[in-house]
Ligand binder design. Sequence first.
Ligand code: SF4
Ligand code: SF4
Length: 283
Amino acid sequence: MVISIASGKGGTGKTTVACGLASVINNCVYIDCDVEEPNGHILLKPKITLEESSYKIIPKINNDLCNFCNKCTEVCEFNALLNFKTEIYLIDELCHSCGACTYFCPQKAITEVRKENGKIRIGETSNNILFYDAYLKVGEASAAPLIKKVKNAYKGDRPIIIDSPPGTSCSMLEAVKDSDFCVLVTESTPFGLNDLKLAMNVLRQINIPYGIVINKYDENFSLLDEYIQNNRLNLLLKIPFRMDIAESYSKGKLPIETVKDYKTMMVDLLEKIKKEVIEKVYA
Ligand code: SF4
Ligand code: SF4
């Protein structure tokens, strides 16, 4: 079972929910895919046992073989290749390692080489969560190849929690794709509501079942409740906007360890997700 935790915007408390859920699943694997700013380690405090460089594949153009036909620049969806007439120039930070340019080059003028794009770390927490995270190299514009790498680093069959990057860009898409279920974390604010709609739209397009968690729930902001009710959305949990919860994560502590009823909230959330996964995926 692969459960992704995503959010249309940053700051909703996505990682707190992801770490809380991971903590109530036996023998869970937690993968922090927010490679530009991974912070799951602050709450889960794993003992890191391995750190290694990650590489992405980029094209290398042999300009002596090239006839400057432009095929590669046309097929590159990310504008990473420029034709200067005497040289095909690669902006390697923009390359998503899709391999299309190599595949379509009629002159066989392109080969593939490795380039370091970040670090991957593996560890384990005191309560047996197998922990993965990754750090994108400074200056690297494309997070998707590293997200793919850290997701694929675990090969076993333990339940997996994917902590997605915030937003709805290709980084989020790379993180949540192939999930059995996605938990969308939002908050009781106009921005929370707007970005929830954007994130839902992405998940619908890639056909991933999802449910909603409202974090920092504020009953005075009724627009979010009305939107969820009117559209019959799958509301999984409301986490109240409370001082004890905020204090816990602001001190780098998992609310599940310090706040009395938080564990019950996470266990209830897990039960609802299991039901959804069994009904929607394995039915
Ligand atoms: S597709 Fe190959 S031959 Fe054509 S411009 Fe690109 S590198 Fe050169
Ligand atoms: S591998 Fe893909 S993204 Fe990278 S330069 Fe070639 S076509 Fe563009």
